[in-house]
Ligand binder design. Structure first.
Ligand SMILES: *[C@@H]1O[C@H](CO)[C@@H](O)[C@H](O)[C@H]1NC(C)=O
Ligand SMILES: *[C@@H]1O[C@H](CO)[C@@H](O)[C@H](O)[C@H]1NC(C)=O
Ligand SMILES: *[C@@H]1O[C@H](CO)[C@@H](O)[C@H](O)[C@H]1NC(C)=O
Length: 485
């Protein structure tokens, strides 16, 4: 019954990387020293932040291999106040930690020229800060969430962005504009003098894997071999949309220079807002070590990727935060966020981010175990009035472990006193999993030469896989343990 659970070592991935076909038809991108790894920071969740909260976030992010935050901003006045705080904190750090705008066009108005003027003023108000990201001197990096419907009162979307934003007299030549327009990449070519590149926001998840899609390729999503959920494995961390966007961006090359490509990587996705609130209730598949495998894909294709944006630092409502649970959570999201920390992903983020930037294999300085799980069976019944999230059928009941080992050893995973499985691991990063059922807890141990090196024994003693929850929760609790030495 267990054979579909996979063991994937980084060694296997490096050989895959070596076989990566060279798809770059254009000039080389800027060299490795200009690669950046940033995290999407939802300023809308920072209402109660003090300057110190920003400083803490930046220090933690910086220690986790991140070079900056993409500040996702919406229309509220407090978001401008918090933007001021963020820049003040970054400037005071005097480090290389950078900030840039990710204009949230799903909420910012963009129907009139005045809307564009407000947007330009907002951007220009901060671009002279030494903490504002400029990959090319004199060009402030500006990104978006969405914006593919904005006309700013002009005849069409490209004309709106071109005449009212990128080529308007006050911004022309001063920004590098890398929006995440949710459009068919084949239409990138219509955005000349608008897009200097693309941010592929949805590339962090295999979003095509809906329940219908999964049923089309697998007759048994519960995972019985030889079919089962492993049929979905090929979509986890895949690069198909990277390749498509990079190829279609070529149409926007200027003087043979390839446009900027910013890829996304995300740890998880679950949102559960009722029709009376944000009316969003779905998951994206993030099983099978999505976060690690997406990073490994990006490292393998790093010569084609200029920036990586971790989605996100603090989007609690969609359960894809890697930062601490703090600030003001979107109303209602406490139900699936409180008690479900993800910060244990930060050490892993550091290892992968440094590998992405340097081109060297991941460097493991300390033995560490990361173990995570959803808190109840995928197909459980509850009296939750919101109902189960769309696509809940595609997720497996399993604990996912990521081993960071300084040298070879053995890792034992268990969820009960009778289901232990032991795996040999090599130095580097190894991904393991075993099934979990109601009553199960999270336990892992790394041993070397017969001696225990790291033990993770039901951390906090507060996690039990629950066969009878009151509410649906498809978020994960992420725990870790480090060698005590
Ligand atoms: C510009 O920045 C100042 C602080 O330097 C702030 O008070 C003001 O609200 C900001 N305006 C905009 C449009 O961002
Ligand atoms: C990227 O996709 C291509 C084509 O599907 C595949 O051959 C290659 O192995 C992939 N590269 C990585 C790093 O996943
Ligand atoms: C469970 O324990 C973890 C690790 O000690 C802790 O971070 C988390 O907040 C705890 N959750 C609850 C609901 O107490």
């Amino acid at each position: 019954m267990l054979s579909f659970f996979t063991v994937v070592s980084l060694l296997a991935l490096s050989s895959k990387a070596a076989a990566l076909p060279l798809r770059r038809s254009l000039n080389e991108r800027q060299d490795a020293s200009t690669k950046f790894v940033v995290a999407h920071h939802i300023v809308g969740n920072t209402f109660p932040y003090t300057l110190q909260d920003w400083t803490n976030d930046m220090n933690l992010a910086s220690a986790s291999g991140l070079d900056g935050f993409a500040l996702n901003v919406g229309p509220d006045d407090f978001q401008t106040t918090q933007t001021v705080n963020a820049f003040q904190a970054a400037e005071a750090l005097g480090s290389n930690f950078k900030l840039f705008f990710s204009l949230d066009m799903s909420v910012l108005p963009c129907a009139t020229p005045d809307d564009a003027a407000a947007l330009r003023a907002r951007v220009l108000n901060f671009t002279s800060s030494p903490a504002y990201l400029q990959r090319t001197p004199g060009k402030a990096f500006v990104s978006t969430f969405a914006g593919e419907s904005c006309t700013f009162g002009q005849t069409d979307v490209p004309t709106g962005w071109r005449t009212q934003f990128t080529q308007s007299p006050d911004l022309q030549g001063k920004i590098e504009f890398v929006p995440s327009f949710f459009i068919d990449p084949a239409t990138f070519s219509t955005f000349t003098e608008v897009m200097d590149g693309s941010f592929n926001f949805n590339s962090g998840w295999p979003i095509q894997v809906t329940t219908d899609f999964a049923n089309g390729i697998s007759t048994d999503l519960t995972g019985s071999p030889p079919d089962g959920a492993n049929a979905l494995n090929q979509f986890i961390g895949a690069n198909a949309t990277d390749i498509q966007q990079i190829q279609d961006l070529a149409a926007l090359s200027v003087n043979g220079v390839a446009p900027t490509y910013m890829a996304a990587v995300a740890p998880w996705f679950f949102t559960h807002f009722s029709p009376q609130s944000f009316n969003k209730n779905f998951i994206f598949l993030a099983d099978q070590h999505l976060y690690a495998r997406r990073w490994e894909t990006l490292i393998a294709e790093r010569d084609q990727v200029d920036l990586v944006e971790v989605v996100t630092w603090n989007d609690y409502g969609e359960s894809h935060y890697i930062g601490p649970i703090e600030g003001a959570l979107p109303a209602g999201s406490e139900a699936w966020v409180d008690g479900f920390p993800h910060q244990a992903f930060l050490d892993l983020t550091k290892v992968y981010a440094e590998s992405f930037k340097s081109g060297n294999a991941p460097v493991i300085a300390q033995d560490e175990l990361i173990v995570y799980s959803r808190p109840h069976p995928a197909n459980v019944q509850t009296s939750d009035p919101v109902g189960p999230p769309t696509n809940f059928q595609v997720t497996q009941d399993a604990i996912w472990a990521i081993v960071m080992a300084t040298a070879p050893g053995s890792v034992t995973l268990s969820t009960t006193s009778s289901d232990a499985q032991t795996f040999d691991v090599q130095a580097g990063i190894t991904k393991l999993s075993i099934p979990i059922a109601p009553g199960g807890t999270l336990n892992a141990e790394l041993t070397r030469n017969g001696a225990s090196v790291v033990t993770l024994a039901n951390p906090g003693s507060n996690f039990t896989f629950n066969g009878a929850p009151e509410l649906f929760n498809y978020n994960i609790l992420v725990t870790s343990a480090i060698a005590s030495s």
